[in-house]
Design a protein around this ligand. Structure first.
Ligand code: ZN
Length: 423
């Protein structure tokens, strides 16, 4: 299958660890960084092609030795001082600086984004190279250490556990450790004048003046956490942080152990509660279990959309069956030209990825029965915890959890253009 983003990612090597040391000046939108990547060769390498956007590179070393490089058109090509044999590792250090420039995509600019008073990262699917050099394919997961120095009035949230916060003269350095394997698009830094508190089993970061609304709108998140824990298996990370930025965002954004909402998603009336459930569900489907190829995105968005319906059902709203029926009517009116398991790069975030994906799971649940279906989901998240997944693996997996032949049903939902009829 042709990759959806042929300019991103490289299978000739993997990165096992990213150590990012960043300094950011909010008013100037200026980022200075040193990225240290532990690279593991899958085949003998004499050059290393990293994905890296438009920040200016000032130096590269490999295992401490000066290395030559060429940077342009989204790629940083490093000539290795010595060939790196397959299976061996090297530490590549890149120093860089400048104003971050978003990565152009069919969905607008992606990646590091300047806010009215801070910054955020929205990496999905190809925004990571806007702020650090990386191997930008979702199946290449690594641990991260992210250190950010910025003016002291600002709070910094990054993936993982805050291991240190050091105050200097006027600035503070925040150091986060993300031990679990993380895809580059899910690496994230959030900077703003936030009030941070523990609430409902999560950490909330938001502008102080929105505290009442945020606490109301996220009040049922602990119940969602309990429900999803029952249905999908244990929450996969050390913690969960919700950031509400002091800007409007078109859609919320998921990151490893974190979700980012706009102030427009918080109205004090739970107007966006389905999105609260959706983003939380991505911690299982997308972040712990990450697609190896973007063509399988329904394994993330279809599952998160189905989690919205499951939350609705459990919290006294319409049942998952009601939602499925309503969306059947809507999708039946659209042209039948869509293949769920390979929608095409331009339709990566098409409504049908979400809704047909959720309908697929609902049809599967109907065929298997609740007990077998949810047991299969829990086994799925356990067996592939912190790993990568494919549609083919999912189909094989569910078949092992039911005596009924579900191959034809899944095949019709996943590979046929026409919407399958009600069963
Ligand atoms: Zn989503």
């Amino acid at each position: 299958m042709t990759p959806y983003f042929p300019g991103h990612g490289d299978h000739r090597y993997g990165v096992t660890h990213y150590d990012l040391r960043l300094a950011y000046r909010v008013p100037a939108n200026r980022l200075d960084g040193t990225a240290r990547l532990t690279v593991s060769a899958a085949q003998t390498l004499s050059v290393l092609d990293l994905d890296f956007g438009k920040l200016r590179v000032s130096g590269v070393t490999v295992d401490g030795s000066f290395a030559r490089y060429v940077h342009g058109q989204g790629k940083l090509r490093v000539t290795l001082p010595r060939a790196l044999p397959a299976g061996e590792q090297a530490v590549v250090e890149v120093r860089y600086s400048g104003k971050p420039v978003a990565v152009a995509s069919p969905w607008g600019g992606l990646g590091w984004e300047e806010l009215s008073d801070g910054a955020l990262v929205a990496g999905q699917p190809i925004g990571a190279p806007s702020w650090f050099p990386c191997n930008d394919r979702p199946g290449d997961k690594a641990s991260y250490r992210i250190s950010v120095t910025t003016a002291s009035p600002y709070q910094v949230i990054a993936n993982g556990v805050l291991v240190a916060r050091r105050r200097g003269a006027g600035s503070t350095t925040w150091i986060y450790d993300q031990a679990e394997p993380t895809a580059s698009y899910l690496a994230s830094v959030q900077i703003g004048r936030y009030q941070i508190s523990e609430y409902g089993g999560a950490r909330l970061a938001h502008p102080a003046r929105l505290a009442t609304r945020v606490r109301y709108d996220f009040a049922r998140q602990d119940q969602m956490m309990a429900l999803f824990g029952d249905l999908f298996g244990p929450y996969p990370f050390a913690g969960y942080t919700v950031v509400v930025a002091d800007d409007d965002l078109e859609i919320p954004v998921e990151a490893q152990g974190m979700s980012i909402f706009g102030r427009n998603h918080v109205n004090g009336g739970r107007g966006s509660e389905r999105l609260v459930a959706h983003e939380l569900a991505h911690q299982w489907f997308g972040n712990s279990l990450t697609v190896a190829c973007w063509s399988d995105i329904w394994l993330q968005e279809g599952f998160a959309a189905y989690a919205e319906w499951l939350w609705s059902e459990a919290s006294g709203g319409p049942s998952a069956g009601d939602h499925a029926q309503r969306w059947r009517q809507r999708l039946a009116q659209l042209p039948q030209d869509f293949v769920l398991a390979d929608p095409g790069a331009s339709k990566l975030f098409d409504d049908r990825v979400y809704k047909r994906g959720a309908m697929t799971l609902h049809a599967l649940r109907g065929a298997m029965g609740d007990e077998a279906f949810f047991a299969a989901l829990r086994a799925w998240t356990a067996e592939h915890r912190h790993g990568t997944v494919t549609t083919r693996e999912f189909a094989g997996h569910v078949q092992r959890h039911t005596p009924r032949q579900v191959g034809p049903l899944l095949s019709a939902w996943l590979h046929d253009k026409a919407l399958p009829g009600p069963t």
